[in-house]
Design a protein around this ligand. Structure first.
Ligand SMILES: [Zn+2]
Length: 540
């Protein structure tokens, strides 16, 4: 008995020492609004800034920059965490460490990533996660869509079942920031490209969302940057190596089930297919693949209570960072190898090489065992069979996992694109992506292709103020003379796959699709039966 008491005392002592070692005591000001309000509220921009400033007070390891001032005048903070501390991308580059970028709240009503990011930064600086700065530079933007976040009202996300009571809206002034990756119209997107992607060149981008639909059985679902016209290596590593490893760790450490993003129709119960969203690079995570960088889409489960969603997002962020702390140099090596491969591929390519410009969703080779809330059939009053959802979570084996894409239309990859000096807006748009645009030093002739357009089709719905365009026509082989001062975009560049996706006339998410050529082409078609797409493809 005496022995047992002594042992108990020892255990208590060990536990308390352990807690002190973790430094897990933090000041009240470092608590998120979600934590303080028993998860009834989510933070405003000002409340995020208050927590950030409390975190900054007693450390030198956090550097604050401004990502942007929004249309409504809110300052969006960007935090750089590093040990030893750094204040510039040059210092990050000199450290040789990979840069990991965590972004919350691109959809203003999807608030979990914002709270989870604040908790992750606190765990790193004042908890037991300081080791996460050993091998990496971390950049956090906890509240990307600040104006959307602060446009709060009750029940603006009904599937979140008043949890928290008030949330913001998805868009920024009616504009969906996660459809802006190609046309780059919003102030937020311009800032993201200028202040994060071009300035810090992160090796991995993590974009934190909350789903708005399917009653699957996961605490959180994820997707890689989908491989389309990009180099496959970055997407493959994310989906085949990194995400499965993190999924296994989360299950072992927290008993949380994370799985592939997707939805199904319960009226086809039991589901045979899980289908994901869209491959297009207007989605920021997919855009990164065209830039030879990795990205992860994270979606907490909207029907979970708020505290559970914040926990799942926080676990995901911290376990991603555990993974990158160990494997970040490997991630960086894969990204840089893709850079080298893409920029040098012009030397090895022949003029018949093709790449995808339109894509279709396909099933991954491996089917999955899908977790879902169980649906039970019943006979409705009108005699039809319907299904009612139960609270039981079941496993449905052998579900086809539509989380991959294959080209449905391809086009030849040129060695350069050329267009008239009149298209200054087009040149400026490419520059925003970090693409080099040069001008011809003398009049010159080129062999290659033009695209002859017979018809412009317009999408029958409006997306971010656009009725998107697609072109009908065909390529013609021609020789053309361009003048001194006309623009030339060489594909001898690490962003060649992005250039291709932006400029191909039949691209399903290029600058044609985003109406950049509408006025010009419609005027041409008024006078002629056929209009020529004004971007020439140089072929060898
Ligand atoms: Zn979202």
């Amino acid at each position: 008995m005496k022995f047992a008491v002594a042992l108990f005392a020892l255990c208590t002592l060990v536990n308390s020492t352990h807690a002190a070692d973790q430094g897990s005591v933090f000041s009240e000001a470092m608590m998120t609004v979600a934590e303080r309000s028993n998860y009834e509220r989510t933070s405003t921009v000002q409340e995020v800034v208050d927590v950030v400033e409390a975190l900054r007070r007693d450390t030198t390891l956090m550097h604050r920059e401004t990502l942007l001032i929004t249309d409504e005048g809110r300052e969006v903070p960007l935090l750089v965490l590093a040990d030893p501390p750094i204040h510039s991308p040059q210092q990050a580059e000199a450290s040789g460490k990979p840069v990991i970028y965590i972004q919350g709240n691109i959809h203003g009503g999807e608030v979990e990533g914002k709270e989870a990011s604040l908790i992750a930064m606190r765990d790193i600086l004042y908890g037991d996660k300081l080791h996460l700065l050993e091998n990496q530079i971390l950049i956090f933007v906890p509240i990307y869509n600040a104006d959307g976040n602060d446009d709060m009202s009750a029940n603006s996300r009904p599937n979140q079942e008043l949890s928290p009571v008030m949330t913001g809206v998805r868009t920024a002034h009616g504009y969906d920031l996660n459809r802006d990756g190609m046309v780059v119209e919003a102030r937020e997107t311009r800032a993201l490209y200028e202040q994060v992607i071009r300035r810090w060149d992160p090796d991995l981008l993590v974009d934190l969302h909350t789903t708005n639909g399917t009653w699957h059985g996961y605490s959180l679902t994820y997707a890689p940057s989908y491989h389309t016209a990009g180099d496959a290596a970055t997407s493959n590593y994310t989906s085949e190596v990194m995400l499965p490893a993190i999924q296994a760790v989360v299950k072992a450490k927290f008993d949380l089930d994370f799985g592939w993003y997707g939805g199904f129709d319960y009226r086809d119960w039991p589901p045979t297919e899980l289908r994901t969203y869209h491959h297009a690079p207007r989605y920021i995570t997919n855009n990164l693949g065209l830039r030879n960088r990795m990205a992860i889409l994270s979606e907490t489960f909207s029907h979970d209570r708020f505290y559970k969603r914040v926990h799942a997002a926080n676990v995901f962020v911290e376990e991603i960072l555990e993974y990158t702390n160990v494997n970040g140099y490997e991630i960086r090596r894969i990204n840089r190898a893709a850079d080298a491969r893409v920029s040098s591929s012009m030397g090895t390519r022949d003029s018949n090489d093709e790449n995808g410009v339109q894509f279709q969703m396909i099933a991954r080779q491996e089917p999955l065992d899908l977790l879902s809330y169980n649906y039970i059939p019943f006979i409705a009053d009108d005699g039809s069979t319907d299904f009612v959802r139960s609270a039981e979570i079941v496993t449905i084996e052998g579900v086809q996992n539509f989380n991959d894409f294959a080209p449905s239309l391809t086009a030849r990859v040129p060695s350069a694109y050329i267009f008239s000096s009149a298209f200054t807006g087009l040149a400026a748009k490419l520059l925003e992506h970090g693409i080099w645009v040069e001008t011809l030093e003398a009049d010159s002739s080129f062999r290659g292709e033009v695209f002859d357009i017979q018809q412009i089709d317009k999408q029958n719905f409006v997306q971010n103020g656009h009725r998107n365009s697609s072109l009908r026509g065909k390529f013609q082989s021609v020789t053309r003379t361009y003048s001194r001062g006309d623009y030339i975009v060489s594909m001898n560049h690490r962003l060649a796959n992005l250039i291709f996706y932006l400029l191909e006339p039949q691209s399903d998410d290029g600058l044609v699709y985003w109406n950049l050529f509408d006025d010009y082409l419609q005027a041409e078609l008024q006078n002629n039966e056929i209009a020529e797409y004004p971007v020439f493809k140089v072929l060898r």
